[in-house]
Design a protein around this ligand. Structure first.
Ligand code: GLY
Length: 317
């Protein structure tokens, strides 16, 4: 009767809390994961996923999402999809296709419309204002435009031993039109094998995809490592290697869960995540890189949670 779900960022809390109760009753890991991610896509104040997400350089919201079934290895993915309410549901649907299972740009949007997925304008007034303010800042201070890329990534385990991984993201704020991050890329943004476990990533896609870190964590769990050891080893060794070779590494944060519901996390920045299993109620944690390539994990304090709530709803000038 093992079950559980782990997901990136505090924004995943409501979906994980609700869907782990459904997993306990026997809900399919894939359907639970899609429902959990949809909740994040639908909430306008989570500014890096779905409705209200961060627009590209032309103030157009282009979204990436993926879904992987750990029993069959079926993958569905979309990149640069526009005006579609729930990209994760489109990715799940595409995972059933033998061919054409990863669609981009207008092809992805057209598929979603023709298949009857709900379509709407995904750009909120708040996201548009954030874009305008960012444009002003960039021009005034000659800044790099690229900041903000938080993906919802989740791994789900059901009582039938099925595991699924999925992601959804508006990608890098101010990205070039057509830019694709790690989130829809198998091995980089996500990977899952029901006989081992799954992993998913958030952070700077351009650097995450250099290390195929989701696959690497699953591979290491397959050698018998505990998920925490697998995450620490994959993430910190690669961050170190990249820093040595290129002088710097972007933000990386990965979460993982194995087929027994044990979990792990590793990150090179402060990072919040959510986990719930048969043994533990849904909880919001903070993770930090610690000494000797390990991760410090603590429960998010009431103060942190209150500051988060204030930050995401802060009135804009
Ligand atoms: N990790 C999200 C992105 O870089 O697009």
């Amino acid at each position: 009767m093992t079950y559980g779900m782990i997901a990136t960022w505090r924004m995943a809390y409501d979906g994980v809390a609700e869907m782990t109760k459904e997993l306990q009753k026997g809900k399919d890991a894939g359907d639970a994961l899609v429902e959990a991610i949809k909740q994040v896509e639908d909430y306008p104040f989570y500014k890096s996923v779905g409705y209200g997400g961060l627009p590209n350089e032309h103030c157009i919201l282009e979204m990436d999402a993926a879904y992987m079934d750990g029993n069959t290895f079926d993958i569905g993915a979309v990149a640069g999809i526009q005006d579609v309410k729930n990209p994760i549901a489109v990715a799940q649907s595409l995972s059933h296709e033998r061919f054409n299972s990863f669609l981009v740009g207008s092809g992805a949007t057209k598929y979603a419309k023709n298949a009857g997925f709900e379509c709407q304008n995904m750009l909120t007034e708040r996201a548009k204002r954030l874009w305008e303010l960012r444009m002003e800042e960039i021009q005034k201070h000659n800044l790099s435009p690229y900041d903000g890329h938080d993906t919802i990534g989740a791994v789900s385990l059901d009582i039938h031993k099925k595991m699924v991984a999925g992601t959804s993201s508006s990608g890098l704020f101010m990205k070039k039109s057509g830019r694709v991050g790690d989130s829809p890329l198998s091995g980089s943004g996500f990977y899952v094998d029901s006989e081992i476990g799954g992993a998913t990533a958030t952070g700077l896609g351009e650097d995450l995809m250099k290390g195929c870190l989701s696959y690497e964590i699953v591979r290491l769990m397959g050698t018998g490592l505990h998920p925490q050891q697998a995450a620490d080893q994959a993430v910190y060794q690669f961050a170190e290697k990249l820093t040595k070779r290129k002088g710097k590494a972007g933000a990386f944060s990965l979460v993982c869960m194995n087929k027994s519901g044990e979990w792990g996390v590793a990150t090179n920045v402060e990072f919040s995540f959510v986990v719930a299993t048969e043994h533990e109620a849904a909880e919001i944690y903070l993770a930090y890189p610690a000494e000797n390539q390990t991760t410090r994990i603590e429960i998010a304090s009431k103060e942190w949670l209150a500051a988060y709530e204030t930050r995401i709803k802060k009135p804009l000038d």
